[in-house]
Design a protein around this ligand. Structure first.
Ligand SMILES: Nc1nc2c(ncn2[C@@H]2O[C@H](COP(=O)(O)OP(=O)(O)OP(=O)(O)O)[C@@H](O)[C@H]2O)c(=O)[nH]1
Ligand SMILES: [Zn+2]
Length: 336
């Protein structure tokens, strides 16, 4: 009896000092919900200050971060103390609009984002798609172009528009999937793609993001509705990103209230790096600092003339460069 009590005490001490590894599922700024691989969730706090390489942010830890923590037991309540963040493979940010221009990390370690696209109701224009893709490329987040509401594209013109867009983006190497979230068409393809990964859904308001979430994970329905209801009633002025485990073995990051994808500051000379089909050809331009606008012997412009690069892609590229000259940034794909 005495021995087993000793053993228990010993095990408990080991537990206290054992470093644990987990993923941040929720971050409120003052505490974090961290889950281990075994699926056990702990409320954690940060001890000391974290200094992160490269970014100054208002939040040191974000949803998606992989962290090291140790457990402290106080009055039978276990609290995790986070003491290390593992390097992020990517992250998305929001800059606060106030003068301090501080950065807030929305989420990190995202495996893929599904950009929902509709031809109409609401229309998604190529320029919006291209801006989104540029940002995703700059963040190193693979993007799956997800054409939703295919049940409504019965007219030949609408079908042709989908085919036209798919053709452009598949040729570049982007994966395209056609779905109907409402009628459950091809939802299995989305689930297969999501299995074992961390995903996000993005797109204009009304493209069907919530409908898609409901189609793939009806169990989440209540939770997201609760959050959005709270949001509407204005009980919370801030909403927080949150990661959810889905029953079919996938994770999804929900970012209520966040329409955009963060801001990427870039020089116009580097923009062509984020158009993969431009990047593949740019070494053939005569001038190595060619930005493919007015320079002679430009491989990109030649490829546009030959139809090898889609005209709409080049148009988006030029528009982004022109906006940049007017001090806009590549984040202008908000709904409102
Ligand atoms: N016909 C058709 N309607 C759809 C489909 N998917 C969604 N809808 C409808 O489109 C409307 C908007 O869908 P939501 O899921 O609320 O769109 P959302 O992207 O979440 O919109 P926000 O919450 O404003 O960002 C709803 O009336 C849906 O029923 C679809 O595949 N086919
Ligand atoms: Zn060029």
């Amino acid at each position: 009896m005495y021995e087993s009590a000793n053993l228990l005490l010993f095990l408990r001490i080991i537990l206290i000092f054992a470093a644990m590894i987990g993923t941040v599922y929720k971050s409120t700024g003052s505490w974090y919900l961290v889950k281990t691989e075994e699926g056990k969730a702990y409320e954690c706090r940060i001890k000391g200050k974290f200094r992160l390489k490269g970014i100054k942010s208002t939040n040191p830890i974000a949803v998606g971060d992989k962290v090291n923590f140790t457990l402290e037991t106080d009055n039978n309540t276990e609290t995790g103390i986070i003491d290390k963040i593992f390097d992020r493979k990517n992250y998305i940010i929001r800059k606060s609009v106030n003068l301090s221009k501080q950065t807030h990390i929305i989420a990190s370690n995202i495996d893929q984002v599904f950009l929902l696209i509709t031809i109409d109701n609401p229309p998604t224009f190529p320029n919006f798609i291209d801006r989104f893709l540029v940002t995703a490329e700059a963040y190193s987040i693979p993007c799956v172009l997800t054409f939703n509401k295919i049940d409504t594209y019965t007219e030949i013109e609408r079908r042709a528009e989908v085919m036209y867009l798919k053709d452009i983006y598949e040729k570049i190497g982007y994966e395209c999937i056609e779905i109907s979230a409402k009628e459950n068409k091809n939802i299995e393809a989305i689930k297969q793609r999501m299995k074992g990964t961390v995903s996000m859904f993005a797109g204009h308001s009304g493209v069907g993001k919530s409908t898609l979430v409901n189609a793939i994970a009806p169990e989440l329905n209540l939770k997201t509705k609760e959050i959005s209801d709270q949001h509407k009633q204005g009980q919370h002025t801030t909403t927080f990103a949150e990661m959810f485990d889905l029953e079919f073995g996938a994770k999804i990051i929900d970012t209520p209230g966040i329409k955009g994808f963060g801001i990427v500051d870039m020089e116009k000379e580097e923009l062509d790096n984020y158009f993969p089909e431009f990047l593949a050809l740019k070494n053939n331009c005569k001038f190595n600092n060619c930005i493919h606008i007015e320079e002679p012997y430009c491989a990109i412009k030649d490829a546009v003339d030959d139809g090898e690069i889609a005209w709409s892609r080049y148009k988006s590229y030029v528009q982004i460069i022109e906006n940049e000259e007017n001090n806009y940034r590549v984040d202008e794909f908000k709904d409102d």
